[in-house]
Design a protein around this ligand. Structure first.
Ligand code: S3P
Length: 435
């Protein structure tokens, strides 16, 4: 358990870890290239380590230089049948992208599993379109839950209209489509993060984008590449909110991915009155990268609509914290997906913020939060969910007394250095406390 103490200042400059979504994709696509890929600033989180371990178990060569934070990924003789079950652990992206990759490798047999949280999460959304392409996948609850067994075969492309806005499902189908017969088109109900499309284009693979439709074609050989992965906007989000809601803050977050499919939080916070600037924008591996500068801001409530949700899905827990500090009511709607993340994030955040005295009402698909109530010190549960733990640490910064976070180690899923960075930015010492 870790104790977070109130502070009024989040000051200085910070680099956040490499983007988790982009790192997963670099690993998967790297394993499919002829010459391999070499990326720097690969995500240090456990989720991306799970992806690398699964690919290694399939004969992929992974060379990691932890000091330089570079990773080389190459499968010179192609991907082989793994000798054991592939364990995606806590990582939904690993499991869903693996299912897409494995489905199209003829004759290969593999079983994909995960930890207790991942075994509860829905897989039918990715299994159904892959089966429609000809994949052979079976498992618990008729293919709805892990563990799932896959017997790879030659797939056919086709047109797949998704029921849920999910970049993981879109990517799984596109990965399968690269080896399938004929074109593969995904139609999304609303735009989701487009890192796969950007990376494919960067690697020289033709991708046809037309509104909510994206199409790939059979590709026999993808050459390699090397580039730097930008910082993770979803990690930066904790510091953006922390700086905004503390009284005397001025923070610059360097080299952050500002892909507009990811930065919905900035749009919403801007409406709420955020004082911020985007500076020094460049491109890295085809992705927009910039410095995000944030100052203490006087926020007011807003409504987040269902259409906005995919662009800030992972940032909603910390937005709920910001809403407790905003004048008036904030309503977040259309975010039912939060119930099937690493934890039920709607419930987890409502329980935790209520325990500190927030006025928060849990709805079926979001929250109604009445702002500028005093948050007191107390206890928060991570529910084993990295984003809940980090969001509650940010809440602790603006509480009137210490907030103790239980099972905080789960931050290592995406941001192992989170508490070190918190110490540095607040110039305070964090205390480990026994439960
Ligand atoms: C991710 C997509 C999102 C996001 C997850 C990572 C990705 O999930 O919540 O943290 O890397 O594609 P969905 O695609 O299920 O919405």
């Amino acid at each position: 358990m870790i104790e977070i103490n109130p502070t009024s200042r989040i000051n200085g400059e910070i680099h956040v870890p490499g983007d988790k979504s982009i790192s997963h994709r670099a690993a998967f696509l790297g394993a499919m290239t002829r010459d391999g890929v070499e990326v720097s600033n690969f995500s240090p989180g456990q989720d991306c380590a799970s992806t690398l371990a699964c690919l290694e178990a399939m004969g992929c060569a992974v060379e990691q230089d932890k000091a330089l934070n570079t990773v080389k990924i190459k499968a010179p003789t192609g991907l082989k049948e793994p000798k054991d079950v592939l364990d995606a652990k806590n990582s939904g992206t690993t499991a869903r992208l693996l299912l897409g990759l494995l489905s199209g490798i003829p004759n290969l047999f593999a079983v994909v599993t995960g930890d207790e949280s991942l075994k509860r999460r829905p897989m039918g959304r990715v299994v159904k379109p892959l089966v429609a392409m000809g994949a052979k996948i079976d498992g618990r609850e008729f293919g709805e839950r892990l563990p799932l067994a896959v017997r790879g075969r030659k797939l056919s492309g086709g047109v797949h209209a998704l029921q849920v806005a999910s970049a993981q499902v879109k990517t799984a189908i596109l990965l399968a489509g690269l080896g399938a017969q004929g074109a593969t088109t995904v139609i999304e109900p609303s735009p989701t993060r487009d890192h796969t499309e950007i990376m494919l284009e960067y690697l020289g693979v033709p991708v046809l984008k037309d509104g909510l439709k994206v199409t790939v074609y059979p590709t026999s050989s993808i050459p390699g590449e090397s580039w730097r992965i930008p910082g993770d906007f979803s990690a930066a989000a904790f510091w953006i909110v922390a700086a905004a809601i503390t009284a005397e803050s001025e923070l610059r977050i360097k080299e952050v991915n500002v892909n507009p499919t990811r930065t919905g939080l900035l749009k919403v916070l801007e409406r709420m009155g955020l004082d911020h600037a985007i500076e020094d924008e460049t491109l890295s591996g085809g992705e927009r990268t910039a410095t995000v500068a944030v100052r203490s801001s006087r926020l007011k409530g807003t409504t987040v609509s269902p259409e906005e949700v995919p662009s800030l899905i992972d940032e909603l827990p910390v937005l709920a914290v910001a809403a407790t500090r905003a004048e008036g009511i904030t309503e977040i709607r259309g975010a039912r997906e939060l119930r099937v993340k690493e934890s039920d994030r709607i419930h987890a955040m409502a329980i935790n913020l209520k325990a500190l005295g927030a006025q928060i009402q849990e709805t079926d698909d979001g929250w109604i939060i009445e702002g500028r109530t005093t948050l007191s010190g107390g206890r928060a549960k991570s529910f084993g969910d990295h984003r809940v733990a980090m969001a509650m640490a940010v809440a602790g910064l603006v509480a009137t007394g210490p907030v103790c976070i239980e099972d905080e180690e789960c931050v290592s899923i995406s941001y192992p250095g989170f508490f070190d960075d918190l110490t540095e930015l607040t110039q305070t010492c964090l205390k480990e406390v026994s439960s």
